[in-house]
Design a protein around this ligand. Structure first.
Ligand SMILES: NC(=O)C1=CN([C@@H]2O[C@H](COP(=O)(O)OP(=O)(O)OC[C@H]3O[C@@H](n4cnc5c(N)ncnc54)[C@H](OP(=O)(O)O)[C@@H]3O)[C@@H](O)[C@H]2O)C=CC1
Ligand SMILES: CC(=O)N[C@@H](CCC(=O)OP(=O)(O)O)C(=O)O
Length: 346
């Protein structure tokens, strides 16, 4: 059994990791670590885990963590994994980081967008961007995974085939995204207060969200040329889910059937990306609690635009599920191990 450690298990992505790993056939949740609840049981924080056999929350000590785990998931706020990862990696322990600390190739860009001290260049260069569907070969050989952000996951899976095709003007991308509140984590703040956000919807960080450079970096890398993306996130009063509605200006006459065929071929054999039938309008509810990303394609011949709809569960495909998918590839396990849950409906 692979010995897994989790830092940040008292947070939303961390506890979601436990939901998938507890039933995983090749893994033992060996150690849980906490910066605020050392010595307590996870069930004291999350009563829904009462009577589930899990280790007590232990102190965060990178040397110790490196010695007692084969892989450590870091489900922690920005800045923490840049500090913890080097010691773990030097021990030969694999690291899957759910934060933004290793996603951007340039430390300077990270510092500009996250306002935190970046990880050293040698570690940034080692990190593999864990978008499993597109970087699977590199993920399988990786020691350090930068697990993609939630909005970038839905956006990149939705746009990469078109960006690679060259059919769309590379500077015309407009990405309108909507997220449930769990995307902001478990921390309490006015911005996620029920009476302030219920019955309301608003955009935030317009022209300034930290996922913009991540989307442009990875879309550009996959397409082999620079891409410019106008990204606007919105907060929606629901718990889980992201809907991305993305627009691109077509540079040649392309039919809806051409785009459909492009995507069906790109995602053939990819178990977690479901290209929906032509004309579909996927809902976040249809992927709730699952590792699926559902994509639908539309072409507006009047405006010459292609419109891509992409939905994920932010805590699963946008965080913990994708992290487990990456772990499966890193350890040569079936990609779907532990992840075959059908979405929760209604
Ligand atoms: N929520 C989501 O949908 C997504 C989140 N992410 C990213 O994943 C990471 C975790 O997010 P999420 O689960 O939402 O966050 P939460 O705020 O829900 O949980 C984060 C956890 O990190 C731990 N933590 C806080 N400060 C420190 C510290 N200084 N050192 C060590 N541990 C610390 C806390 O646990 P304790 O007090 O026990 O130490 C806390 O429970 C973030 O970087 C986030 O951006 C990425 C994609 C989607
Ligand atoms: C709804 C909501 O607040 N979502 C968060 C997503 C955070 C996240 O996943 O970002 P990093 O991992 O890149 O820090 C946000 O917009 O900042």
């Amino acid at each position: 059994m692979i010995r897994v450690g989790i830092v940040g298990a008292t947070g939303y992505s961390g506890v979601e990791l436990i939901r998938f790993l507890a039933g995983h056939p090749h893994v033992q949740v060996a150690h849980l670590y906490s910066s605020s609840a050392e010595g307590e049981s996870l069930a004291s924080v999350f009563p829904h885990l009462h009577a589930h056999p899990l280790p007590a929350l232990a102190k965060i000590d990178a040397e110790q963590m490196g010695a007692e785990n084969d892989v450590v998931f870091l489900a922690t706020p920005a800045g923490v994994s840049a500090e913890l990862s080097p010691a773990l990696l030097q021990h030969g322990t694999k690291v899957i980081d759910l934060s933004g600390d290793f996603r951007l190739r340039s430390g300077e860009t990270y510092q500009n967008w996250y306002k935190k001290k970046p990880a050293g260049d040698e570690w940034l260069q080692q990190a593999v961007y864990g978008l499993s569907e597109w970087n699977g070969t590199e993920v399988a050989a990786a020691k350090l995974i930068a697990n993609p952000g939630c909005y970038p996951t839905a956006t990149l899976l939705g746009l990469i085939p078109l960006a690679k095709s060259g059919w769309v003007h590379s500077k015309s991308w407009i990405v309108d995204a909507k997220s449930g509140v769990s995307g902001a984590g478990r921390g309490v703040s006015l911005g996620v207060h029920y009476s302030e956000i219920n019955e309301s919807i608003h955009a935030y960080k317009v022209a300034g969200h930290q996922h913009t450079p991540e989307i442009e970096q990875e879309l550009g890398r996959q397409a082999g040329m620079e891409q410019l993306v106008q990204f606007t996130p919105h907060l929606v009063p629901m718990t889980r889910g992201i809907l991305v509605t993305a627009y691109g200006q077509l540079e040649k006459k392309v039919s809806a059937a051409d785009v459909q065929e492009l995507y069906e071929s790109a995602y053939e054999g990819k178990p977690f990306v479901r290209v929906r039938p032509p004309g579909s309008h996927p809902r976040t509810k249809e992927v709730y609690g699952s590792n699926y990303c559902d994509i639908a394609l539309h072409v507006d011949e009047r405006t010459g635009r292609v419109i891509v709809l992409s939905v994920i569960d932010n805590v699963v495909k946008g965080a913990a599920g994708q992290a487990v998918q990456n772990m499966n590839l890193m350890f040569g396990l079936p990609e779907t191990a532990g992840l075959s849950l059908v979405p929760l409906f209604p």
